[in-house]
Design a binder for this molecule. Structure first.
Ligand code: HEM
Length: 509
């Protein structure tokens, strides 16, 4: 599944470029679609008549008499709602295919599922409000579904038989669609991203603009229209169903409503149980060493999962703050170790390197030893170290006489000083490979790495490090051939550099 998804991403990269690839922004794109739905919904609400008598006529008037504004708004409302189902399903599939649903991430996964159902039910009540034949179809189908639940036990259908739909019930649907369900969805979305830090809810501007223009074009080309007005005394002959929202209703023709509930609840529970049905153990969690922590708070800023807290000092040291790790939130990515200023290999070169926050499975001291070993092992005319995130390409495939790969949990765990150290110790060049740009397994590893190496985020690569000896790459396994090609060019550059004895040439890679 992961391979299929990565192939799809590569294909989208060709069409949209890496910055605007919608597959890298599915969560934020869903939020953007919500804003379109919200604004168009407010516009539609103003002239809408919330009664059985007036609803259909008012929607028709909005659609036809004011096709250039109200009609477009209605179509935007409809198509953005359909699009959100696609983006949310893809978002869900992506998190699943890339394994980002289990371990410490169970919470985001489990709170995501109700969001999907909330959106579907908002769509259903929305279609209901038009009070046309499709709304009638939904009303009858929903009554059948509700009656299969023990709390209703036939009351809904009895209501329809005795008095049909009442205005009061219609107002309840209106309240649910306009206020109740959206407020609940908003709360669920807040819960959904609660365990993440620095959550961005806006897609890149170009992607947002392109999405809006596409929806606008669709709205003008194929405006959303209603069916004939609802008439409970007549069975509608033909319904053009919206399969994104109403796919469950046709099943009622074949199955009893009870079975449909069993299927829906079964799928929901199965999805929710996924993190435990296919479990994966997280790596060992980050550990703070107060003797080496000055409470600077950089790891607190950089942690993608809000697992680090900055609090008042407890050990009597002269610093104001210290950090603590909440191990149930920690993703064991090591980004904090990469951000700690004490993760500086030039310190204590003889004894073990102790840092303020570290990963027990791959301490910074071990990384420094790996660098020393790699330099001592390489036999070619060049010495190139490739630091690679284990979720990107397998760097060991690049091993040769002049190149040695060192695996990291995440590229963000690499302190820039360790790269400087490798160059000082005899490496001719260093390559760093993280996940694809905008697609980091640990959310911010590759972004922080780029910013740190560009000198735009602490701890940054020092000015004295020769930039042209460092190559930073974002890649997933299918991109390995591109990395290999870049490595060939990098080798050539380093050889040329050694031949003419240049120092600090600003070559671009
Ligand atoms: C209304 C629909 C949804 C919206 C708007 C939404 C939005 C988001 C956003 C903005 C993030 C943060 C991404 C980041 O900054 O890295 C996120 C994360 C996540 N979402 Fe959703 N989501 C929705 C539904 C779902 C669903 C249905 C699932 C799956 C059941 C899901 C699973 C996840 C997971 C597992 C993460 C955590 C990713 C990580 O830890 O790196 N989401 N979502």
């Amino acid at each position: 599944m992961k391979r299929a998804y990565l192939a799809l991403e590569s294909w989208f990269n060709i069409s949209f470029g890496t910055e605007w690839n919608p597959l890298y922004h599915l969560g934020t794109l869903s939020f953007f679609l919500f804003w379109i739905i919200l604004v168009s919904g407010i516009y539609l609400f103003i002239p809408f008549h919330g009664s059985l008598e007036g609803a259909h006529a008012s929607v028709e008037a909005i659609t036809h008499q004011q096709w250039y504004a109200g009609g477009v708004m209605r179509s935007l409302h409809r198509y953005a709602s359909d699009a959100v189902i696609i983006t949310v399903l893809l978002h869900m599939f992506k998190e699943f295919a890339s394994g980002r649903y289990r371990g410490f991430r169970w919470f985001s996964w489990v709170t995501g599922i109700p969001n999907l159902w909330m959106i579907v039910t908002i769509g259903i009540t929305g279609y209901w409000l038009v009070w046309d034949e499709m709304a009638q179809y939904i009303a009858v189908g929903s009554a059948q579904l509700m009656d299969a639940l023990p709390i209703f036990s036939g009351a809904m259908t009895r209501n329809f038989v005795s008095g049909g739909m009442t205005d009061r019930f219609f107002i309840l649907i209106e309240f649910l669609h306009l206020l109740g369900q959206p407020m609940l969805l908003l709360f669920m979305l807040w819960l959904h991203v609660k365990r993440l830090s620095n959550v961005d809810i806006n897609p890149p501007r170009g992607l947002a603009a392109g999405t809006f223009v596409a929806l606008l074009a669709l709205s003008l080309l194929a405006p959303a229209v209603s069916h004939a007005p609802a008439d409970l005394g007549r069975v509608p002959a033909e319904i053009r169903i919206d399969w994104y929202y109403l796919n469950v209703y046709p099943l009622l023709e074949y199955w009893p409503a009870r079975h449909i509930w069993i299927l829906t609840i079964g799928i929901t529970l199965l999805l929710m149980a996924m993190p435990w049905l296919l479990p994966r153990k997280d790596g060992a969690k980050a550990v703070v060493d107060l003797d080496n922590c000055n409470g600077c708070g950089i790891c607190f800023e950089d942690c993608p999962f809000d697992a680090i807290t900055l609090q008042a000092r407890t050990d009597g040291a002269r610093y104001e703050h210290e950090v603590t790790v909440n191990s149930s939130l920690c993703g064991a990515c090591g980004i904090c170790a990469g951000s700690c200023p004490a993760s500086n290999p030039f310190r204590s070169s003889r004894e073990a390197l102790k840092t303020g926050i570290d990963m027990p499975q791959l301490p910074v001291d071990q990384m420094r030893q790996q660098v020393r070993d790699a330099i001592a092992t390489m036999t070619g005319d060049l010495k190139i170290i490739v630091f690679g995130c284990e979720h990107g390409i397998n760097v060991e495939r690049l091993n040769s006489g002049d190149t040695l790969g060192i695996k990291l949990i995440c590229s963000g765990m690499l302190p820039p000083t360790l790269v400087e150290y490798a160059l000082k110790q005899g490496a001719d060049g260093v390559m760093v490979t993280g996940c694809r740009q905008n697609d980091c397994y640990f959310r911010f590893g590759n972004r922080w790495t780029r910013l740190r190496f560009a000198g735009e985020r602490k701890p940054s690569l020092r000015a004295r490090a020769e930039r042209d000896r460092i190559l930073i790459h974002g890649a997933a396994e299918p991109d390995a051939p591109a990395i290999e090609r870049d490595l060939v060019a990098f080798r050539q550059h380093l050889r040329e550099r050694n031949r003419v004895g240049v120092s600090g040439v600003g070559a671009e890679h």
